[in-house]
Design a protein around this ligand. Structure first.
Ligand SMILES: *Cc1c(COP(=O)(O)O)cnc(C)c1O
Length: 455
């Protein structure tokens, strides 16, 4: 027998008009961001070559609420408010007394949460008179989101895509080109840094760290060009809080309140998006919930990385931030959740972990695909490989509830659909997916290269 379908759909008039800035509610501020040369704290002016001033001010703001510009909200209406579902059929399949809810971000044009920040970033750049944006992309989610957003506001977008993904996922590239962007495999011959990497290893598979270096190099050298990042930075995480704010209203509609909130973490933005508004409520004296970050065992920055100052890129052009890191020269193995292959974690997420406000776990990719297939068969939506980590995390919690006989409420973020990732599912069904562990040796080597920063 089919179970009920319950969707909690917010009226457009209730779409949040502000982003939530968790910096306003922190018991202690995160460590300063340092200049890569002087090792002194940087100021807004240091970031001006790369970002427009409005975004820099958001990056350092401690205001609790920052207004979402009206033209940005107008674009958001294409897919927001995003639906929240009760996973009745998944609960039944698991035989759990837990109630499972998921917020679905795959309804955006790019199929993930990333347009939530791509649209405002493109808007603030266009307002500042910027003509061109450069960026990096792994699996292509961020590249296609920025291509979509840049096109809306008349910006030229150039995307450096990590070589392995460029080769494995030609359809994401076609999507970027459909939106009018240029997509280049990284490492490339278009930058001094890319040429240097290729000289050392002509068949280099690329990494997000290298692609960031290439995109930053071009933006730093051209006055009309700025750089856009799809995760990690404070303002990016803040733009994603529209997810959690909507989810809060929808959980109220459901007459429920989550005990556990689960999200997957690559750079930390969709996780922050669903979790920060709830953590903020707790910091202001509200309910304490368990907040669980799930990362891939093959790139485990939060669970196995070191909390230390590190660069955001491989060429060491970015400022130094304190974060959980595997080392900026770490090249993760080529597993299928491309969006989770970043060496570091958002400094704000790292800081919250240090404050004991969240937990982190890591799962291997085969177990995550198994969870994703179970979810698809129960709920119909095929999750992105990244999202499978959140699905896995939610299922583990639901099975714990079953074993304990507790009827907790679980909320997780289904951050994207997997329609561009069916080759990965084919590999899974053919039994060709293997669990890649990172190499301890390579990790030790990458960590030994961490910059030394006086305490
Ligand atoms: C990019 C991406 C991620 C990882 O990025 P976060 O900043 O950690 O959210 C996760 N899921 C999907 C679907 C993505 O596109």
């Amino acid at each position: 027998m089919a179970a009920n379908t319950t969707q909690y759909l917010l009226d457009a008039s209730r779409m949040p008009k502000h982003w939530y800035n968790i910096a306003a509610d922190l018991p202690s501020p995160p460590p300063a961001v340092l200049h890569p040369g002087t090792l002194q704290p940087i100021g807004p002016a240091d970031l001006a070559p790369l970002f427009p001033m409005e975004l820099i001010m958001q990056e350092v703001s401690t205001e609790r609420e920052i207004e979402i510009p009206e033209p940005v909200r107008e674009v958001f209406k294409l897919w927001r408010p995003a639906p929240l579902f009760r996973a009745h059929r998944l609960e039944k399949a698991l035989g759990t007394p837990a109630k499972i809810y998921y917020k679905y971000e795959g309804v955006s044009p790019a199929g993930s949460h990333k347009p939530n920040t791509a649209v405002p970033q493109a808007w603030f750049n266009a307002q500042a008179g910027v003509k061109k944006l450069t960026t990096e992309t792994g699996a292509g989610q961020w590249g296609s989101s920025l291509s979509f957003a840049g096109n809306l506001f008349g910006l030229d977008v150039t995307v450096f895509q990590v070589r392995v993904s460029y080769d494995q996922k030609p359809y994401r590239r076609a999507l970027m080109e459909t939106y009018g962007a240029r997509c280049i495999a990284s490492p490339s011959n278009e930058t001094a840094y890319g040429r240097a990497v290729l000289a050392g290893r002509p068949d280099h598979p690329g990494s997000l760290g290298i692609a960031i270096s290439e995109a930053v190099e071009i933006a730093a050298q051209n006055d009309d060009t700025k750089y856009a990042l799809g995760s990690v930075l404070n303002h990016v995480l803040m733009h994603q809080t529209i997810i959690g704010q909507e989810a809060m209203l929808q959980m109220e509609m459901a007459g429920d309140d989550p005990d556990v909130i689960v999200g997957c973490t690559g750079g930390g933005s969709n996780f922050a998006g669903i979790a920060f508004p709830f953590i903020g409520q707790q910091l202001r004296g509200g309910k304490k919930r368990r907040i669980v970050a799930v990362e891939p065992a093959a790139c485990p920055s939060l669970t196995r990385g070191k909390y230390a100052y590190d660069f955001g890129d491989t060429a060491h052009m970015t400022p130094l931030t304190k974060m959980h890191t595997l080392g900026s020269t770490f090249t993760p193995p080529g597993f299928h959740a491309g969006g989770l292959r970043y060496h570091g974690m958002a400094p704000m997420v790292s800081h919250l972990k240090e404050l004991g406000l969240l937990e982190a776990t890591a799962y291997h990719q085969v177990a995550c695909f198994e969870a994703g297939v179970l979810f698809a068969r129960a709920e119909g939506i095929v999750p992105a490989p990244e999202a499978n980590h959140a699905v896995k995390g939610a299922i583990v919690e639901a099975l714990r509830c079953k074993a304990e006989g507790t009827a907790e409420t679980i909320l997780f973020n289904l951050c994207g659909h997997g329609h561009f990732d069916m080759a990965a599912y084919s590999n899974y069904f053919a039994g060709n997916l293997t669990d890649q562990s990172y190499s301890e040796e390579e990790l030790a080597m990458a960590l030994s290269g961490l910059p030394s920063v006086p305490a």
